[in-house]
Design a protein around this ligand. Structure first.
Ligand code: FEO
Length: 394
């Protein structure tokens, strides 16, 4: 796409990555992504807000050429991660006069990650401003969305917030603004689950911090811009807030069908008691979908067969992932089948120290489940439904 003017003198100069399918060699990108950068021309000075992934450096440089940008005074790096900072070296080479505007922490990180020379930096304090003449940039320190150095940039006169990853969505689209709210809600929720959820309590504070700002447009570094900012702010408030919902998430895997039988029976038992269930076969599931389900779930039940005296590695991966993402889940249990013994429950329970949960009585059976095992699954379903009801999870 060509550069696009958002407001007089404010341009989108980013890159759309339609074909990228994996981020951080970990996160699936079913809908691609974008790396949004923005150029702001004041009547005295010019600023570039973030850059693009290094694989797309030519796209950004071509945009700047097309806009006939002769000089840049400030390159603002809201975040040090390479999908936004990775083209800083090329921009500084083309515009050697530019100062790199960052938080003190971001300076240290960019020296490490990109070997940017120390003299290029201008560090800014929380709420510090820089004048572009008729326009003012205010920098709002907002650590842990989602690295320790992150900040947001607010263009006062136009009331535009540039929050980098915060509020973003991995979505490649030609639409500059949100047009399909359902599609963007899902992409933004997936993004929150994968990237932001571990920092839920810090995000609550950052949401509080921006409450005092009048915002007419949120221009994130991934996905379309929000010309109705309340749409994404309301969504974030819901995702970060307590309590969870009346939902059980069941990541499971089955080797010879025994654990699958248990999961099928258990899902039906929960559904009969009015509990919403989302099950994920870990041999094929998109982990982004699983992460998204964890945003609202009150309970996680891992379905794990025993392999070599411990949990199936895919079940261990799900436990490790849930522990890392720190969802607001309150209860955890384990169901599954074993051949001759093992320590599946002990090993899985030891993998989730970050989750402040009550571990409910697990149900493990030898070989295929029998009547006593189905009764135990009924009891576990009863316990979960009861606990959700007692705590008013709706
Ligand atoms: Fe989009 Fe944390 O980088």
């Amino acid at each position: 796409m060509k550069p696009r003017e958002i407001k007089r003198g404010v341009y989108w100069v980013g890159a759309i990555d339609w074909d990228r399918r994996l981020f951080d060699a970990l996160i699936p990108l079913p809908d691609g992504t974008s790396y949004n950068a923005y150029l702001i021309k004041g009547n005295k000075k010019t600023a570039l807000i973030d850059t693009v992934d290094p694989t797309m450096k030519d796209v950004l440089i071509n945009h700047l050429n097309e806009l006939k940008v002769k000089s840049i005074d400030y390159v603002v790096a809201n975040h040090a991660e390479q999908d936004h900072s990775g083209t800083i070296p090329q921009v500084l080479e083309k515009y050697p006069e530019a100062r790199l505007v960052v938080t003190p922490k971001c300076k240290d990180m960019l020296i490490d990650l990109l070997l940017v020379p120390e003299e290029k930096f201008k560090t800014v304090a929380d709420r510090e401003t820089i004048s572009l003449g008729d326009r003012t940039l205010e920098f709002i320190h907002a650590p842990w969305v989602h690295w320790p150095e992150t900040m947001l940039t607010y263009l006062r006169e136009d009331r535009i917030l540039f929050p980098c990853d915060f509020f973003g969505s991995h979505l490649a689209t030609t639409d500059l603004y949100v047009t399909d709210e359902g599609q963007v809600y899902e992409a933004a929720k997936r993004y929150y689950a994968e990237i932001m959820m571990p920092f839920r309590t810090t995000i609550q504070k950052n949401l509080e911090k921006i409450r005092g700002y009048e915002i007419s447009l949120i221009a994130p570094s991934h996905g379309p811009m929000y010309d109705k900012p309340e749409f994404i702010i309301k969504a974030y408030n819901s995702w970060v807030s307590d309590p969870p919902k009346n939902i059980v998430v069941i990541p499971y895997i089955s080797m010879h069908g025994s654990t699958r039988q248990m999961v099928a029976y258990f899902v039906e038992a929960l559904a009969q008691k009015g509990v919403t269930v989302q099950q994920f076969d870990l041999s094929v599931t998109d982990i982004g979908k699983l992460a998204m389900a964890l945003v609202d779930a009150a309970t996680v039940v891992i379905g794990a067969p025993t392999v070599l005296a411990g949990p199936h590695p895919n079940a261990a991966y799900a436990a490790f992932l849930a522990n890392a993402l720190r969802p607001k889940v309150r209860f955890v249990s384990i169901i599954g089948s074993y051949g001759w013994g093992g320590k599946t429950v002990e090993q899985l329970a030891a993998m989730i120290p970050n989750l402040k949960v009550e571990v409910l009585e697990p149900v493990l059976c030898q070989g295929l489940p029998r009547e006593a095992d189905f009764k135990a699954l009924d009891r576990l379903a009863d316990t979960i439904a009861q606990k959700h009801k007692e705590q008013d999870f709706a």
